[in-house]
Design a protein around this ligand. Structure first.
Ligand code: IVH
Length: 675
């Protein structure tokens, strides 16, 4: 091709990237919109005349690509963690004390405090300075690949600019929050209404919905924005502080939120929070709090993480929206562990866009301390997606007709006695009242619902109402009985046809193959959530080892403390629980165990890659091979075990054939990787 044309395309692309950055990242354009359009038109024309100029990082790609049939998924090279939440100053001070204690330092620890953007998290993967993949957070381990959608977000750089005096990092995974500003959100909803489409409830849903469009041209039409706040995998190892890292990201072309305070002591973190609370109404986008991060990267590394969140960061959430209404009645619910929870039945009220008619009251002491009575006018609040709660009573509105609440001495469901246990941590009388009968139908139902839910056995079509019917009719008394259900019994139930009964039996059958971590989570052991269950699965590798593990062995697992360890030990010490586990396994449930760490499947094998793979980039392939113990060499020799051939392979393929080295295509390669 004419070198002048190549140069001209490169010049236009460079200029458009530059002006795009000035406009969308720095909010400081140097040229008029008309001039920008002229550059864009010139490039579009050139690319149309010379299709061979096509490149995924061209600024013309911002308009979106042809629709996908479905989203692929990809593992994050490093897990995308979530954050612990704090709701008052004391939580943040406690966090600081914990950090200093773990860091074993009496000195002041410095923090960087950022706004917490209320949007949806993404990871942007760059190789040699080019955006090669973008994913949603997903479950933190694996997300959906939304690269084409992300290319349409103007403030996401498609190519990085090198920081002064440095080259761009060879690999860099950047994390950030995609969101819609208020103006963009209103405009989008006006447009939807005019097209007779339902409006989005809030900017967060609108942003998340826009990102998950199979047709990236739709995403391109939504004014999505981004602020970046962290990195995953990176080859930029010279950095020593979080703030320095943010500055580096800014140099590279990412948009960093300007409301960031760096290297401040905890007292200033608290005053920054007050400041944000006051000014959040004036911001053009939603924030739901502040994120406090230990600034020093070596200290972050030392503090490490718990199962799902780092020990070096905490979110300080804003207080929720509140409204007033009246408590009509206080019901008592019995939970999975037998805990009795008082629930306020309310005169329905709209709280921040959602109708609330029930709210939790936590426990008896809380009600007594706040002196909340049946018939009271109360403040209710809703924070994010959390269940609404009653905050306090409006005493001035009392009529004298209000009644105090007392926790029942007998379980409202099974009539057994209730007890208030000792608190496991403090050794004092705990706040929780429990039903002592572990066969109480309420507990049984909740346990089975948990067992069948997402993250556990994930049985499609086995909803809460159905579990209740099954228990009420005596068809099942424990989770293990689910596997013995027959189609005939099911189709006799309310709202159950032959077809749904058949589907349910199939879904139950299909759930029998289950990864170890999910199996453990399904058992409903107290304090063993999904994150802890995964830790246990990785550490113990087999159910028998875990069932017989003693306290010390449990405590040796990073992320498992006294309370969790005791709970696990206690669970497996009870014959009825062991029996239930055996009954589940006897009914054909098959646990899939993680591949043992020592037996790296590709141990000692040497790979050479040639050509382009469709499922992953070259460096991803290299990483995957290395993760499984293999080596990757640059050239083929008699010592090479496999030559992986992608599209348009080079001379390495010839050489492999000449030397008689085993040649594998992409599909076989994926199988070798165990995909
Ligand atoms: S840091 C390991 N910083 O909040 C640290 N998160 O509740 C992980 N978020 O999934 C996140 N603004 O989607 C961080 N400045 C910020 C943030 C932020 C918003 C979101 C993010 C994350 C969620 C955790």
């Amino acid at each position: 091709m004419n070198p002048n044309i190549i140069d001209e395309a490169a010049r236009l692309r460079k200029a458009l990237h530059y002006h795009n950055h000035r406009y969308y990242v720095l909010d400081d354009p140097e040229i008029s919109d008309a001039e920008y359009d002229r550059l864009m038109q010139a490039l579009l024309k050139l690319e149309a005349e010379h299709p061979e100029l096509d490149s995924p990082d061209s600024p013309t790609r911002r308009v979106g690509a042809p629709p996908l049939a479905r989203f692929d998924t990809a593992r994050h090279a490093m897990p995308m963690l979530s954050l612990d939440n704090g709701f008052e100053d004391e939580d943040i001070l406690e966090f600081d004390r914990r950090v200093r204690k773990l860091a074993d330092t009496g000195e002041t620890v410095l923090y960087t405090a950022e706004v917490k953007i209320d949007g949806t998290a993404v990871e942007l993967v760059y190789e040699d300075g080019r955006l090669v993949m973008a994913t949603t957070r997903g479950d933190g381990e694996t997300g959906e690949v939304i690269t084409e959608n992300i290319r349409t977000v103007r403030a996401v750089p498609l190519v990085l600019r090198a920081a002064p005096g440095r080259e761009v990092p060879a690999v860099l995974d950047v994390r950030g929050e995609i969101f819609l500003g208020h103006k963009g959100f209103q405009k989008l909803n006006r447009q939807r209404l005019s097209e007779n489409q339902p409006p989005f409830a809030n900017p967060r849903n609108a942003a998340a919905g826009s990102l998950r469009q199979l047709d990236s041209r739709i995403t391109a039409s939504r004014p999505l924005e981004i602020f970046c706040y962290g990195v995953g995998r990176t080859s930029a190892t010279h950095l020593t502080s979080h703030w320095e890292m943010l500055c580096e990201l800014k140099y590279l072309g990412f948009k960093i939120n300007p409301l960031t305070r760096h290297r401040i002591p905890i007292e200033e973190v608290l005053s920054f929070y007050r400041h944000l609370e006051e000014m959040r109404q004036t911001l053009p986008y939603d924030i739901d709090g502040m994120v406090v991060k230990v600034d020093s990267l070596p200290l972050q590394a030392e503090l490490g993480m718990k199962s799902r969140s780092p020990r070096w960061a905490i979110a300080y959430k804003f207080k929720a929206v509140q409204e007033t209404t009246r408590i009509l009645q206080i019901d008592v619910q019995v939970g999975r562990t037998g805990a009795l929870t008082p629930v306020a039945i309310l005169e329905p009220v709209n709280v921040g866009g959602v109708t609330v008619s029930r709210a939790t009251l936590h426990n008896e002491d809380d009600i007594a301390q706040k002196d909340i009575r049946i018939g009271d006018t109360v403040f209710v609040e809703r924070a994010g997606d959390v269940i609404p709660r009653v905050v306090k009573a409006v005493v001035s509105k009392r009529t004298g007709e209000e009644k105090s609440f007392k926790m029942p001495d007998l379980c409202p469901v099974c009539g057994s006695t209730t007890v208030r246990e000792m608190n496991e941590e403090s050794g004092k009388l705990g706040a929780v009242t429990r039903c002592v009968n572990s066969s109480c139908p309420a507990q049984v139902k909740e346990n089975i619902k948990h067992f069948a839910a997402k993250g556990a056995f994930d049985i499609d079509g086995l909803g809460d109402r159905l579990v209740e019917q099954l228990v009420d009719r005596g068809l099942i008394v424990s989770s293990a009985d689910l596997f013995r259900l027959e189609q005939g019994e099911l189709s006799a139930l309310e709202r159950m046809g032959e077809k749904s009964a058949e589907n349910l039996v199939t879904a139950i059958e299909n759930s029998k193959e289950i990864p170890f971590g999910r199996f453990l989570f399904a058992l409903g052991i107290r304090h063993v959530g999904e994150g802890v269950a995964d830790l246990l699965a990785k550490a113990f590798q087999h159910l028998d080892t875990l069932m017989d593990a003693e306290r010390d062995r449990l405590l040796a697992v990073e992320g498992i403390g006294e309370i969790i360890a005791e709970s696990i030990e206690h669970f497996f010490a009870q014959p009825r629980n062991r029996e239930m586990v055996h009954r589940i396994l006897d009914s054909g449930v098959h646990i899939i165990y993680p591949a043992p760490k020592s037996a790296a499947p590709l141990e000692g094998k040497t790979f050479v890659l040639t050509g382009t793979l469709s499922a992953m980039s070259r460096s991803e392939a290299k990483k995957k091979i290395q993760d499984q113990g293999g080596k990757v060499a640059g050239s083929v020799s008699a010592k090479t075990d496999f030559v992986v051939v992608g599209d348009a392979p080079g001379s390495k393929l010839e050489k492999a054939k000449a030397l008689g080295v085993r040649v594998v295509g992409e599909e076989e390669f994926l199988r070798l990787l165990g995909k």
